[in-house]
Design a protein around this ligand. Structure first.
Ligand code: BEZ
Length: 250
């Protein structure tokens, strides 16, 4: 994925806005060292640092890390993949917001997170759970198929586990889950681009090799299919479903 960090920051501010609630669950304390996995352009790492904690942010995207370093030069940011990373030191807590649904080797990620934590260290995460963006996904799949892109339509690019799947995964890998919640969060797409911008930002894995005219046609078809369900009070909404987790390293 090549991320357009300006489009991300200027039009998808809700990602960080909702992340603030996950920081409340993290309850960072002064002097702690916290790892932010999938930190994007660093806004939540910065909010955590403002609690007096030392933060290290990591993201697999070079563009995201370059933007994060530009914005917050006093925070350490590393290009590392959540699927396979290690640090010499161990952290008091690992935090992750709206990132783990991109990590298809989710077992690898959980093992790395476990290894990165001190004994009794906490893992706090929120990401897309089972059923996430199902209206958008189904409409996109149908439009891609209608336009002859059957193979692309069937690609798996996101991981949206159920609560029981993910808590079992954590338990099998040395965590005690102390809180887990699977809930709907219909999310207002505040900018004028609505679903169109959402697809351009997050649907790249499906659309990147399709010409611009055809992409336009596919996006229009998606809009038509989900207008009744996802366009309310003159505004587009994404049918987000979240999984929020707090677990402790055993
Ligand atoms: C999400 O935050 O749920 C999400 C973002 C991008 C693609 C898919 C899901």
């Amino acid at each position: 994925m090549n991320w357009d960090t300006k489009l991300y920051d200027n039009h998808h501010g809700f990602v960080s806005k909702y992340g603030a609630g996950v920081i409340d669950l993290l309850a960072p304390k002064a002097g702690e060292h916290i790892l932010d996995v999938g930190c994007g352009t660093g806004d939540l790492a910065y909010l955590i640092a403002r609690h007096g904690a030392k933060v290290t942010g990591m993201d697999s995207s070079r563009e995201m890390i370059a933007a994060a370093r530009d914005k917050y030069p006093f925070i350490v940011f590393d290009v590392k993949s959540a699927e396979n990373f290690s640090y010499a030191e161990q952290f008091d807590a690992v935090f992750s917001n709206a990132a783990l649904h991109w990590v298809l080797d989710y077992t690898g990620a959980v093992r790395c997170i476990h290894r990165a934590l001190k004994p009794a260290g906490r893992f706090i995460a929120e990401f897309g759970g089972k059923g996430n963006v199902s209206n958008i996904r189904e409409a996109l799949k149908k439009s891609l198929e209608q336009n002859g892109y059957t193979q692309v339509a069937n690609k798996s690019v996101w991981y949206f586990p159920s609560l029981s799947e993910y808590t079992s995964l954590l338990e099998h890998n040395g965590f005690r889950v102390i809180f887990a919640s699977h809930f709907d969060r219909e999310t207002l797409l505040e900018d004028d681009g609505g679903i169109r911008n959402w697809l351009k930002m997050f649907g790249q894995s499906y659309l990147k090799d399709i010409g611009s005219d055809e992409t336009e046609a596919i996006i229009k078809q998606v809009e038509e299919q989900i207008r009744n369900s996802n366009f309310k009070n003159d505004t587009w909404h994404a049918d987000y479903v979240r999984l929020r987790i707090m677990a402790v390293k055993q």
